[in-house]
Write a protein of this length. Structure first.
Length: 177
């Protein structure tokens, strides 16, 4: 009965692949839970959709999932780059928001109140090509804008006359208009 032996082997392969797929789902569930607990952003729904979106984009390459989890766990600048494919317009969809993926991941896992103009790439970060970008939140940093630094040091918002002395503030004001 060669046909029944083949059927048994085929059934074993299906059961084996189901087990692997079930194990993979369990592992991804644990990773998802860890990442959600590691986030610092106060909006739980945004954190959850961000983690799911990132894992969905990374899960085809196990090494990138591992690199992302290690970066979040170690909270170290020397962790490996976590490249993802860039979209055509350079923005990614996270729930209802369409933003730069590295900036969004940085704001969810490190500093939720950071502004886009404060966000900078660190020199040791690199990606494999022009079609990829790194989403390791520890490969980016931010700097306070002059207006927020002046507010923090004096407790006062700079007046319009201060804008004449500081062209950066003028540029920030003109972008909002």
């Amino acid at each position: 009965m060669p046909g029944s032996v083949h059927l048994d082997a085929q059934t074993r392969r299906k059961r084996s692949s189901k087990k692997t797929s079930k194990e993979q789902r369990q592992i991804l569930g644990r990773i998802r839970s860890f990442l959600i607990r590691s986030a610092v952003h106060p909006n739980e729904r945004l954190v959850s959709t961000t983690v799911c979106s990132v894992l969905r984009r990374l899960r085809t390459r196990a090494s990138t999932v591992n690199a992302f989890v290690k970066a979040i766990h170690s909270k170290h600048f020397g962790s490996a780059c976590v490249p993802i494919e860039k979209t055509l317009d350079g923005r990614s969809q996270f729930g209802d928001v369409k933003v730069s993926a590295p900036f969004h991941v940085y704001s969810v896992f490190r500093f939720p109140d950071v502004q886009k103009q404060q966000f900078v790439n660190m020199p040791h970060c690199f990606t494999d090509g022009p079609d990829e970008e790194c989403i390791n939140p520890y490969h980016y940093s931010h700097f306070p804008t002059l207006s927020s630094a002046a507010t923090a040091s004096t407790g006062e918002v700079p007046s319009d006359t201060d804008n004449e002395l500081c062209p950066v503030l003028v540029l920030e004001d003109s972008e909002e208009s």
